[in-house]
Design a protein. Structure first.
Length: 424
């Protein structure tokens, strides 16, 4: 699908976003293995999270959609009749593999062409240490054949920051004999730990050490998925860029392991106010007010890179318009996302006449640059499509985004929502 975005003078209004993608995945999986009924309001509408629900339904969970909520009757899983399809979702295949490794049956899980190129060695390693037997194409790529076996808990040091790998090990640990401990080199998003507690698991956290106690008995819950902060990032950047903007985003997740985005934007000079904060299901939720701002630029490296990895495409757009530009380091992870995002950001910028210097682990975008009308190929990557739609709002003429339908992976309503609040 080709979407044409025209220049705008402002972003203005009040919006509510679909449920957080990361949280929705975790709620969907845990509700499916918990005893009894769970109701999840504002579950993500993105295709990735629908892939998780489809996999859980194929494993025996009863799933119903009603009045904006997902209702799940969970319990013991059963052997699927066919290969599980994770679609484009790395979160689904990596986290669900932890659950599958402990079941009393053999399962196969794969996905689309993009997912089939994404490495799985980082989960195969620790799961094998726990006693799992997993076969992969060329030893590391999907599809995976997972022979369920009795698992034992391990004390695992993550070699690099990854909330997905951490979550995979913890989900396997739910079924393991003995406690499971995961040690992080830097703190990553902790939605799994919060969700495990909400469903009834005993879990201790001290600094960057997560200790899951054996024998957890999960039970169904009534939960609300907060608005997705990663999706909010595109609208925050658009409002900051356009000179007459004033936007309120309602009910956004403000988890401290994710709010580094807000801290970083404010450090650049963005005018963002947090309103009406409350805690729901262990997660902080609040409203965000953002206004057009002159921003200075900044550096993303080390632990901050891990915290902002999904937001970097949108932040790159803001960096090009800032006074001092944006430097991103320690971001090799970007090269094994849905696309090589360093390469796709570079390609899009060059099409728009924006200078960028790349390297294997990141890039530097000089500031005070202008965006020019162009045709942008999203390469089937949802975050690239949405980031360059934002850049198009600040361009000197209409821009065409090829593969705009890729936004459906995380945010099917993105382009409709954007058009509702754009002022020309």
């Amino acid at each position: 699908m080709r979407e044409t975005i025209s220049p705008a003078r402002a972003i203005e209004g009040v919006i509510t976003l679909p449920g957080d993608k990361s949280i929705s995945h975790r709620y969907g999986m845990l509700a499916s293995i918990a005893a009894g009924r769970s109701t999840i309001a504002n579950y993500s509408t993105g295709a990735d999270c629908q892939s998780t629900l489809a996999c859980m339904a194929a494993l025996g969970a009863k799933i119903e959609r009603k009045e904006g909520s997902v209702i799940i009757e969970g319990g013991a899983l059963r052997e699927p009749a066919a290969m599980l399809d994770a679609g484009n979702s790395g979160s689904t295949i990596r986290m669900l593999s932890g659950i599958l490794a402990a079941q009393e049956f053999t399962s196969r899980i794969g996905g689309d062409e993009s997912l089939s190129r994404r490495p799985m060695a980082r989960i195969i390693g620790p799961l094998s240490e726990m006693g799992a037997k997993i076969e992969a194409r060329d030893g590391k790529f999907p599809p995976l054949t997972i022979e369920g076996r009795p698992l034992h808990g391990i004390d695992y040091q993550l070699p690099m920051p990854s909330a997905q790998v951490k979550s995979c090990v913890l989900l396997a640990g739910l079924f393991a004999k003995g406690d499971t401990i995961v040690r992080e080199p830097v703190r990553t998003r902790d939605h799994t730990e919060i969700a495990l507690r909400e469903f009834g698991a005993e879990i201790d956290i001290e600094k960057r050490v997560i200790h899951l106690h054996a024998g957890a008995r999960l039970s169904g819950r009534e939960l609300v998925a907060p608005g997705d902060l990663s999706s909010a990032c595109f609208f925050l950047v658009a409002a900051i860029l356009l000179k007459e903007s004033s936007l309120v985003i309602h009910g956004v997740g403000l988890n401290p392991t994710r709010s580094a985005l807000l801290d970083f934007l404010v450090s650049m000079g963005a005018k963002i106010t947090v309103l009406d904060v409350q805690q729901v299901g262990g997660e902080l939720i609040g409203d965000l007010r953002v206004q057009s701002s002159a921003v200075t630029g900044g550096v993303i490296e080390g632990a901050l890179t891990a915290a902002l990895i999904d937001e970097i495409p949108a932040l790159a757009v803001l960096g090009a318009a800032s006074s001092n530009g944006l430097t991103v380091r320690d971001a090799g992870e970007l090269r094994i996302k849905e696309t090589d995002r360093i390469a796709t950001i570079e390609a899009g910028f060059r099409q728009m006449g924006v200078k960028i210097e790349t390297n294997p682990e990141g890039f530097h975008v000089p500031g005070r640059q202008s965006f020019h009308a162009a045709e942008i190929d999203s390469a089937g990557d949802h975050r690239i499509a949405m980031a360059f739609a934002v850049a198009a709002l600040a361009a000197d003429g209409p821009c065409a985004i090829e593969g705009a339908e890729s936004a459906n992976v995380s945010f099917p309503e993105f382009f409709d929502t954007l058009l509702q609040i754009v002022r020309t």
